[in-house]
Every structure is written in structure tokens, then in C-alpha cells.
Design a protein around this ligand. Structure first.
Ligand SMILES: Cc1cc2nc3c(=O)[nH]c(=O)nc-3n(C[C@H](O)[C@H](O)[C@H](O)COP(=O)(O)OP(=O)(O)OC[C@H]3O[C@@H](n4cnc5c(N)ncnc54)[C@H](O)[C@@H]3O)c2cc1C
Length: 466
């Protein structure tokens, strides 16, 4: 979709001058070397254009001014958080305004009675988690990138994380939003109450909208009482299929772990190489399970028995919180370590019903062999959400082609198995051809119609999603 054109060079002056009428000079960056550094997120195979300008507003009024200016000049606007996205969703288009929200990073309120936090979009996920922790509260959605990614980006992508298997994903924690619309108007959605059903749920519509409907400038987030410290167990398996069988037995048995993650051999080796974690390298799959219940040791013992029944070759419960944290760190490092160990990677994000996890992972092994590529797998196994990570050398055109084709083959298999092309990373640029396949023509038409209501000029993050 492209109803806008990049501003001609002579527009850039006008654009910058207009922005500077309200924003201070330090919030308007035009040096091409600097603006180029804001061009893309962390996805491979996602083209990025050259921004005309990068703006770093600190107030809602400044964001409104940016959007009014962009509407007046018909200039595209690309909202950005920390640019840790893995789908090209935050990539610049030629001549756009990059609207980086990272300076709007205040936690405005933490209310233990209402169990809500009110935050600006640039607050880093881990900063919020620690801040609410001091009040005996928790903000559960915890992407592995939590030390750097922002709440605005988490809302933009509807992100998940390790503990979402028990506590749910970002969508379940966003109660209300303040959003600056394409024409600069400010809209509030949702609520800060425990319940509320007034009108369409526009809050949910914005979660996962990848910056294509409006700019989130404030969010009311639900909090939970802080759970007890979790204890982690590591189970080794001689095959990925046996680890998947254990996942099924654990959920079928009625257990609700606070984390249920899988790393295959390639991933384990990459993490060891990257951070000398001492994980068992001869295992085909490592399953991490955790409980934050009043008696985690008892719950882990029950799960250990199920892992053994599924064929685990070794089951090692962590002895204390520090050991547990080390295992979690290993899992969080998976994608970074795969990239460091193998050069360029392309991270898939296919999510299937838990009962089809083994079929998907067997298929990924087949696809890796067929395309003669290394594909490491880490997965939020308890959610059926997998990250097959295709490793390739971008200097080798044939390997690059095979990487892209294998990536697509994994998505095709995910859909065949009743899954989705993206469990948490979003569509962005990377998967937009695939969105149509998943939604079908009617679904796609309705989504485009919704976009048209919020963004009639098509200036908000154009070229993403559709
Ligand atoms: C090592 C690593 C591990 C990761 N692990 C996970 C994981 O476990 N789970 C997971 O879900 N993701 C994971 N990710 C992906 C990524 O971190 C998430 O998608 C995250 O939510 C992006 O946040 P961000 O601040 O970097 O946003 P960005 O990448 O800057 O933006 C993401 C999207 O949100 C939009 N956006 C940003 N701010 C706003 C705003 N204020 N208003 C409107 N739209 C906005 C952007 O336009 C873009 O479409 C991982 C990434 C890396 C690199």
C-alpha cells in the first residue's frame, strides 16, 4: 500500500522548520549519519529507507505537533521504541519522520490498590518490572529482550516472553491507552478499572497494530501481586520429539509452570560458545520448566517424573534462585548467541497448538536438511511458540536464497498445522506477504478498512503489515 510519496528534497527544510517551531533543536536530528543509525530494527531481509529526520519528543504535545505537521505535509511517520523488533516493523521508509519515543520514559504512577501502573511508551520493560517489584507487584510480560525493549514497542508488537505460559502476553495487561492519531488528535481508550465494557475494545485493537494506527503516548497497565521466587528444572532429552512429548504430558497433567522453554542442540552449543554457560552439549534438546508456586520443589518433582516418563536422559532441578536465574539467562541469550556464533540469522516465530509442536519441530529438521542449512531452535514450548533461527552467510547469494525459502517453508508448515505465522514478533515487512495467506481475502479487506479509518492518508508506518 502506498498512497504517500516521500517528500522531495526541497520539502525537508519545510518539514524540519515546522518541527522546530515546537520541538527543541536537540529533539530534531537531521545529520544523515545520525538519522541513518535509526533506519532499521534487528530483522534480516527487511529493507529500510533513509529517514528525512528523526524526532525525539518528550511530551504528548510535541508528538501531536509531529503528527499535525506530518499530516499537513503528507509525510510518512515511523514510530520507534528501542528497535529490537524482529520483523522490520520499525524500519524507516524513504523521506519519513522517525518518531522515536525513547525519551518519553517516565513511570507516571504505580498504584498498589488499583494494581495498575501508568507509563510513558519509552519505559524499558525491565525498568518497569523492577520498579513495580519494589511495591510487591509484578508486570509479567517479559520478552527476552526485556533489558532494552520498551513498553511502547511491546504494545506495538503485542509481545510475549518466558513467563507468558502462565501469566499471558502483553494484550492481557494493557487496560487503557492514550494515542495520538494521524491528524494529531489525542484519543483515550479503555479504562483503569478492574472491569469495563463500554464500546468497542479499541485498546486491544491498538495492541499489536505495529504503529500503523496511531502513536501510543501513555499506557495504563495491569499489575499482579509479585509471585514467589521461581525454581527452575533442566531436563535433557535424546531427541526433540521426546522433549515435545514431555511438554504435552506436563500440560495434559494439569500443571501450570511459570515457564516451559526448549533449546535444541545448536542453540545450547551457541549459548555455551557465547557465554560459557556449561550447558550439556551432547543433549538433543534441553527443556527448562519452572514453578513459582508456594511449594515449587514439589511441583518440579512431579514434572521431573513426567520428563523421565517421556524419556529424559537427565533431570536436574536448580538448587536455589541463583542457579535458576543462570538457566533463565541461558535461555534469554539464545537468539543473541545464535547470531554471534553463526553470523547472520533470520528468526522465525511460528506458533502452533501445543499438541502439534512435535510435528512442527520435526518439519523444521526436515526443512533444514532439505535446504542444507543450520536452523537452531529455541521455543516458548509451553505456548507452542517456536523460534526456528535460520543461520546463513549473506555474502553467499545461494545460501541467502535458501535461507529465505526455508524461512517461508517453516511458515507454510505452521499454517498447515493450524498455527500462525507470528506468535509475538509481528508481521512488519518480513511477513506481510504471509498475512494475506493467514487472514484470507475477507479478513484482509476488513483489516485494511480499519487502517483506513484511523489513517486515511496512509502516513502511519506505511508498508508494514499489508
Ligand atoms: C535478543 C532478542 C530477544 C527477543 N525476545 C523476544 C521475546 O521473548 N518475546 C517477544 O515478543 N519479542 C522478542 N523480541 C522482539 C522485540 O524485542 C519485541 O518485539 C519488542 O516488543 C520490541 O520493542 P522495541 O521497544 O524494541 O520496539 P521497536 O522494535 O522499536 O518497535 C516495534 C513495533 O512497535 C511500533 N511502536 C514502537 N513504539 C510505538 C509507540 N509508542 N506507538 C505505536 N507504535 C509503536 C513500531 O513502529 C514497530 O512496529 C526479541 C528481540 C531480540 C533482539
Amino acid at each position: 500500500m502506498s498512497r504517500i510519496e516521500a517528500p522531495r528534497d526541497e520539502h525537508t527544510g519545510t518539514l524540519t522548520d515546522r518541527l522546530l517551531a515546537v520541538l527543541p533543536p536537540e529533539a530534531v536530528l537531521t545529520d544523515p549519519d545520525v538519522t541513518a543509525s535509526y533506519a532499521h530494527d534487528m530483522a534480516s531481509f527487511s529493507p529500510a529507507g533513509a529517514p528525512a529526520v528523526v524526532v525525539l519528543p518528550r511530551t504528548v504535545e510535541q508528538v501531536q505537533h509531529v503528527m499535525r505537521t506530518a499530516t499537513a505535509l503528507r509525510v510518512p511517520v515511523v514510530p520507534q521504541g528501542a528497535r529490537t523488533g524482529l520483523s522490520g516493523g520499525a524500519n524507516a521508509t524513504d523521506g519519513c519522520v522517525v518518531l522515536s519515543l525513547v525519551k518519553m520514559d517516565r513511570i507516571l504512577e504505580i498504584n498498589p490498590v488499583d494494581r495498575v501502573a501508568v507509563v510513558e511508551p519509552g519505559v524499558v520493560n525491565a525498568v518497569l518490572s523492577r520498579a513495580v517489584g519494589e511495591h510487591g507487584l509484578a508486570y509479567p510480560p517479559d520478552p527476552s529482550s526485556w533489558e532494552t525493549c520498551t513498553i511502547g514497542g511491546n504494545i506495538g508488537t503485542a509481545s510475549g516472553g518466558l513467563c507468558c505460559v502462565k501469566y499471558g502476553v502483553t494484550a492481557e495487561y494493557v487496560l487503557g491507552l492514550d494515542v495520538v492519531l494521524a491528524d494529531g488528535r489525542l484519543m483515550s481508550t479503555g479504562r483503569r478499572t478492574a472491569k469495563g465494557v463500554a464500546g468497542y475494545d479499541l485498546t486491544r485493537l491498538f495492541v499489536g497494530s505495529e504503529g500503523t494506527l496511531g502513536i501510543v503516548v501513555r499506557a495504563v497497565l495491569a499489575l499482579r501481586p509479585k509471585p514467589p521466587e521461581q525454581l527452575v528444572l533442566a531436563a535433557e532429552f535424546a531427541s526433540v520429539a521426546a522433549a515435545c512429548d514431555a511438554v504435552c504430558r506436563i500440560t495434559e497433567g494439569g500443571h501450570v509452570p511459570s515457564l516451559l522453554e526448549l533449546m535444541d542442540r545448536t542453540t545450547v552449543q551457541a549459548v555455551n560458545a557465547y557465554a560459557r554457560m556449561g550447558l550439556p552439549e551432547d543433549t538433543a534438546a534441553l527443556l527448562l520448566a519452572a514453578f513459582d508456586t508456594p511449594d515449587p520443589a514439589a511441583d518440579l518433582a512431579a514434572v521431573a517424573a513426567l520428563c523421565e516418563a517421556a524419556g529424559a536422559t537427565q533431570v536436574v532441578p536448580a538448587e536455589n534462585a541463583a542457579e535458576s536465574e543462570l538457566l533463565l539467562q541461558a535461555r534469554r541469550l539464545s537468539l543473541t548467541a545464535l547470531e554471534a556464533a553463526r553470523g547472520t540469522t533470520m528468526v522465525d516465530d511460528v506458533c502452533v497448538p501445543r499438541s502439534r509442536l512435535d510435528a512442527l519441530l520435526a518439519g523444521v529438521e526436515r526443512i533444514a536438511a532439505e535446504y542444507d542449512l543450520t536452523i537452531g531452535v529455541c521455543a516458548h514450548a509451553g505456548d507452542g511458540n517456536t523460534h526456528p533461527t535460520v543461520c546463513f552467510d549473506p555474502a553467499d547469494p545461494d545460501e541467502t536464497r535458501r535461507a529465505r525459502e526455508s524461512f517461508d517453508a517453516i511458515m507454510a508448515l505452521g499454517l498447515e498445522l493450524g498455527g500462525t505465522i507470528t506468535g509475538e514478533h509481528g508481521v512488519g515487512i518480513l511477513k506481510k506477504e504471509w498475512l494475506a495467506r493467514e487472514l484470507g481475502p475477507v479478513g484482509l479487506e476488513m483489516q485494511r478498512a480499519v487502517k483506513g479509518v484511523f489513517d486515511p492518508l496512509g502516513i502511519l508506518n506505511p508498508g508494514k503489515l499489508f
